[in-house]
Design a binder for this molecule. Structure first.
Ligand SMILES: Cc1ncc(COP(=O)(O)O)c(C=O)c1O
Length: 395
């Protein structure tokens, strides 16, 4: 039986050739490839400027170092990867962890508003799993409370809201190129911004605050990307739309198959948006589904299907955050953490793999252990999502 993995991270020949070109040149530190990758990435996501860095956490840290002061507070969802909040703490500011909407799994602005103080300087929404935050609502919220916005787009390469790529929004949009992401180079990050001054500052912060040779005017880090990664990234950009299209098709089929099963539901897609499906996550309501999330994961494993849990606990319940900021309760984050499960959706899955996943989930459901060919052909007849309506594509 073929094993169905959670992600597909094999580079193709053109990507390997690009890396070899740099290796053969003998010049692989940050250089011309990085510069070109920054320009091409910014163009692709509709941003004015982009700063490449060593990973997605560095991309966030550069944004925070560029404007936060010790003691500032930043509103950030607790249901996210640890880096989303930890990079705020690393600047001596305080992440104020907010609850999420239980349907979209995205930051709940009503909850965030309750947590505003005179020290609040920014909001850091996470386009979680590739689902767009409502850019209009967040921008209005930030305007109303005079906040900067740091969008965590680590999982949102290709996410659109209202026919606009989420990469072009102020003030900072931060990406990761870790292997499981929609664009992957090994390790890498990118911070996009429309602000010329902040762009320049982040470039210095990336290299120990060196504003000219051997002259350092601010404290920074060594967060440079190598030209090897940048060369792979440039090739990957050419494949992003194709990979997204396959992910969207797979998600569409999973959606139809899973919607019919009681007690299990997928992430509610933000209206007027295009999800990038970095992860296809379902929430398992154990009472209605007949068994819990962990039992479903075990059942899938027995059938050769990988799954993973993102995230088993909110950031507010991580020991380090409890030690730093005390214990708190965020009910929606806690509920979703207990029932969340990510299923494979990546670009190397075939239709048969997708049907195998649906079949395995159905099998696990107490009362409907069937998967008929009639149902399969019904799936095939379902209309496909409209991928390109109203969307500007640069490659
Ligand atoms: C939401 C989110 N933010 C930030 C990061 C950090 O990116 P990296 O692992 O490249 O440092 C990740 C990585 O998984 C992420 O998922």
């Amino acid at each position: 039986m073929k094993q169905i993995e959670m992600s597909a991270t094999k580079l193709d020949d053109s990507e390997i050739e690009a890396a070899l070109r740099v290796l053969r040149s003998g010049a692989f530190r940050q250089g011309k490839e990085c510069e070109a990758f920054e320009i091409e990435f910014a163009e692709k996501v509709g941003a004015k400027y982009a700063v490449a860095s060593s990973n997605g956490s560095a991309a966030l840290h550069l944004a925070y170092m560029a404007f936060l002061k010790p003691g500032d507070e930043v509103l950030v969802p607790s249901f996210a990867f640890i880096a989303s909040a930890a990079m705020i703490s690393m600047t001596q500011a305080k992440p104020v962890l907010c609850d999420i909407d239980p349907k979209t799994f995205l930051i709940d602005l009503n909850d965030a508003e309750q947590r505003i103080t005179h020290r609040t300087r920014a909001i850091a929404p996470v386009h979680l799993f590739g689902n767009a935050c409502n850019t209009e609502d967040v921008s209005n919220f930030a305007d109303k409370h005079h906040l900067k916005i740091v969008w965590d787009a680590a999982q949102a390469h290709g996410t659109m809201h209202k026919a606009q790529d989420i990469g072009g929004f102020p003030d900072f949009v931060c990406y990761s190129f870790y292997p499981s992401k929609n664009t992957f180079v090994g390790e890498g990050g990118m911070t996009c911004t429309p602000h010329a001054e902040l762009h320049e500052k982040m470039k210095y912060l990336r290299s120990h605050g060196e504003t000219r040779k051997d002259y350092h005017t601010m404290l920074g880090m060594d967060y440079r990307m190598t030209d090897i990664e940048a060369a792979i990234g440039r090739e990957q950009l050419r494949h992003l739309d194709r990979m997204l299209e396959i992910r969207r098709k797979n998600a569409h089929h999973l959606e139809i198959g899973i919607a019919a099963i009681p007690g299990i539901r997928s992430q509610h897609v933000t209206p007027n948006s295009l999800h990038a499906w970095r992860q296809y996550c379902v929430y398992v309501d154990a009472d209605k589904f007949g068994c819990d999330r962990d039992t479903l994961a075990e059942h899938l494993k027995e059938r050769g299907i990988a799954s993973s849990i993102h995230y088993p606990r909110g950031i507010h319940s991580q020991p380090v955050f409890e030690q730093l900021y005390g214990r708190t309760s965020l009910p929606n984050t806690e509920q979703i953490s207990r029932g969340i499960l990510a299923l494979p959706v990546h670009h190397e899955l075939h239709e048969d793999d997708v049907y195998r996943i649906i079949e395995a989930v159905e099998e696990c459901y107490d009362h409907s252990p069937y998967f008929s060919s009639a149902r399969m052909s019904r799936l095939e007849l379902m209309p496909q999502p409209e991928f390109s309506q109203g969307i500007q594509r640069s490659v």
